[in-house]
Design a protein around this ligand. Structure first.
Ligand SMILES: C[S@@+](CC[C@H](N)C(=O)[O-])C[C@H]1O[C@@H](n2cnc3c(N)ncnc32)[C@H](O)[C@@H]1O
Length: 207
């Protein structure tokens, strides 16, 4: 497993917490947490029985059957175990919102959504979680934003919601160029305001 995205997600999890990795796929994150970072117990779930066959094979390869508990389920449903950190990565914001709305939550949540980040940030604010840290990773030419949450209240600004708290200048410049193209095709006023604010925001970030 050589994914800087997975490694960054792992680095944001509070050490020794019991983690539930939802949508574990190949179980790369649980295996990395145990073999490289010394975590002791991980719960790994996926909605697909088929996908879990590969996860189980990987877990067996590393002899981690005693440390990684597998469930085939939708999100957090039917999980009657204690956990300290929920990780949901590689899914869309709507799926993430559905999963979090239908399960028992905990103090720490780490999210990596593939789309609609402003929507996710607003949802989490309303849900009673505050951003502890945001990180951006570039992997195979694609940017990923990873957000660490703890239970708590906060009032996000326009910039927090639309640009994030990470201050990654390269990613924000990429966003600016993407939105500029959108604006050249569709001269919406909200896009104009977004671009003006983003330009000022980027200027203030030191190189
Ligand atoms: C793109 S993969 C991401 C895998 C891994 N989390 C990562 O970040 O590399 C998405 C995984 O989530 C699973 N999944 C999708 N919806 C789910 C749900 N509601 N509950 C649990 N797993 C789900 C899929 O079966 C798939 O294995």
């Amino acid at each position: 497993m050589n994914s800087s995205r997975i490694q960054k997600i792992a680095s944001l999890i509070t050490k020794d917490n019991i983690v539930i990795d939802i949508g574990t796929d190949h179980a790369y994150l649980p295996i990395y947490l145990i073999t490289k970072l010394g975590f002791n117990k991980i719960i790994a779930t996926d909605i697909s029985q088929n996908v879990l066959k590969q996860a189980i094979a990987n877990i067996q390869k590393y002899h981690l059957e005693g440390k990684i508990k597998i469930y085939c389920t939708d999100g957090l449903k039917n999980i009657n175990e204690k956990y300290d950190t929920i990780v949901i990565a590689g899914m869309g914001t709507n799926t993430i919102k559905n999963i979090l709305s239908n399960g028992s939550l905990c103090k720490e949540i780490i999210l990596q959504s593939n789309n609609e980040l402003p929507n996710l940030r607003l949802f989490m604010q309303d849900f009673g979680y505050k951003i502890i840290k945001e990180e951006v990773v570039l992997e195979k030419g694609k940017y990923y934003v990873i957000i660490k949450y703890h239970e708590g209240k906060e009032k996000l600004s326009y910039e927090d919601i639309y640009f994030g708290k990470h201050r990654n200048k390269e990613y924000l410049t990429y966003l600016f160029n993407k939105k500029s193209k959108e604006y050249s095709l569709n001269k919406r006023n909200d896009l104009k305001i977004y671009l003006e604010k983003l330009e000022r925001f980027i200027e203030k970030i030191p190189d």
